[in-house]
Design a protein around this ligand. Structure first.
Ligand SMILES: [Zn+2]
Length: 432
């Protein structure tokens, strides 16, 4: 039995899906799964690194699939591509004076978010001193992405200071220019930072990256179910024997699933809830795609988010099983379990809680806004030797398992898609 037929049977069996119409003949789901994942993970996509032209090639391919399926575009987007700018700033010059004396280059570091910065004793900035007994790492985490902060670092932290200097010399990216996150650090034993003057300039460049979004409008326009997977990966490394990181499992597999779920749900006619299918960009380099997406709509209207990551290898619990991150943060997982009761499929809580996988994908961005947003995966991440390696190729995957997992998600989503069940919201205060 093809996956396609099996899905149709499921659709007829599951309540609320009795409106199943006969989808386009001659195209089986299995053929599509193979074709799509092979296209996305092909060497000529060169690892789909978000800030490269390769990612645009991948995005346009996903858009062409959405078009063939007959999805609508997201309101306000001209087409399936949801493009947005990213600003990259690289500190060009930095001049710091402590009570008039110029600070040596090896004793200062600056990361600024606009083209120029000028602070003196009267500037409204936060001044922090990290003494010998204080923790530099804590201060760094607290201030590196917010506000205007001048940090004096005691010379006993000189080694650590040098490491942070390295981080800060790299270009920094932001979704808005002059986001207000400016951090200057000075190696000094003086607690009094009131006499510090800072002059800095940065070179700003802009690049455009894109999500891919398709919609099936439902009877309830303001109740949205999101199916997502990031399509970007980590690119290629010149000079290696196998230079291309294909990202077949991570995350051509999840992207394939979102396209196939779109095809499946479209074949069922108008759903009760509105369905959105999203290929996120830049999950691997800052999560900018999901952050941008989350600002284009009202998160309170998103009833659930099925984020799909790495479903090309069978899970530890055995065939036809998948696991869900942050299982007990909402009753999303319980609803999926209920929906597949009596089928061959089963959903489990994430078996690797110590890996913090709930926070390691795009679902976390939406969960922070209260959305029951979880990642569904099957990958044996603790022993997976291909994870983030050039060897993450289609040949290492089990495509039958991939097709089965797509079926499982389609079945698991039925009660949420048809409006019968609504997962509890995630408490944003508990998502840090
Ligand atoms: Zn991933």
């Amino acid at each position: 039995m093809t996956v396609f037929k099996r899905l149709l049977v499921l659709a007829l069996v599951l309540s609320g899906c009795s409106k199943a119409e006969s989808p386009k003949d001659s195209i089986t789901y299995e053929n599509d799964v193979e074709r799509i994942i092979n296209t996305l993970a092909a060497d000529d996509m060169r690892g789909r690194q978000a800030f490269s032209e390769d990612a645009w090639v991948a995005a346009r391919f996903i858009a062409s699939e959405y078009e063939a399926i007959g999805l609508e575009v997201f309101a306000g987007n001209g087409d399936y591509l949801q493009a947005f700018p990213i600003y990259e700033t690289r500190t060009e010059s930095l001049d710091v004076r402590l009570d008039g004396a110029q600070v040596a280059p090896e004793h200062m570091a600056g990361s600024i978010s606009s083209d120029q910065l000028s602070w003196d004793g009267d500037s409204d900035i936060t001044r922090v001193f990290v003494g010998p007994d204080d923790d530099l790492a804590t201060v760094w985490r607290q201030y590196r992405r917010s506000g205007n902060t001048l940090v004096g670092v005691h010379s006993s932290h000189a080694d650590m200071f040098e490491r942070y200097q390295g981080f800060m010399s790299r270009p920094s990216r932001a979704t808005e220019l002059s986001s207000g996150a400016n951090l200057v650090m000075v190696l000094t034993d003086s607690h009094d930072l009131s006499g510090v003057r800072v002059e800095a300039t940065a070179e700003v460049s802009t690049s455009e990256i894109t999500n891919v979004v398709g919609v099936i409008p439902g009877n309830r326009a303001d109740e949205i179910v999101v199916f997502s997977g990031h399509y970007d990966h980590i690119g290629f490394r010149e000079g290696e024997e196998d230079p291309i990181f294909n990202g077949a499992n991570d995350n051509a597999s999840g992207t394939t699933a979102t396209i196939q779920l779109a095809r499946y749900f479209k074949s069922l006619g108008t759903p009760e809830r509105t369905l959105m299918f999203v290929g996120f960009t830049a999950e691997e380099s800052g999560g900018y795609g999901s952050r941008h997406f989350s600002k284009q709509l009202d998160p309170s209207q998103i009833v659930a988010m099925f984020n799909i990551e790495m479903i090309g290898k069978p899970a530890v619990e055995g065939p036809n099983t998948a696991w869900i991150t942050g299982f007990d943060r909402s009753d999303f997982g319980t609803i999926l379990q209920e929906a597949v009761e009596g089928t061959v499929f089963a959903f489990y809580p994430d078996p690797y809680p110590s890996q913090n996988l709930f926070y390691r994908s795009d679902n976390a961005t939406l969960a922070r806004l209260g959305v029951p947003a979880h990642t569904i995966s099957t990958t044996p991440i603790d022993v997976d030797e291909d994870y983030h390696q050039a060897s993450d190729e289609v040949s290492t995957l089990d495509l039958d398992h991939l097709s089965n997992t797509i079926d499982a998600i389609a079945a698991g989503a039925a009660l949420i898609v048809n409006g019968e069940r609504t997962p509890t919201r995630i408490d944003p205060a508990l998502v840090n």
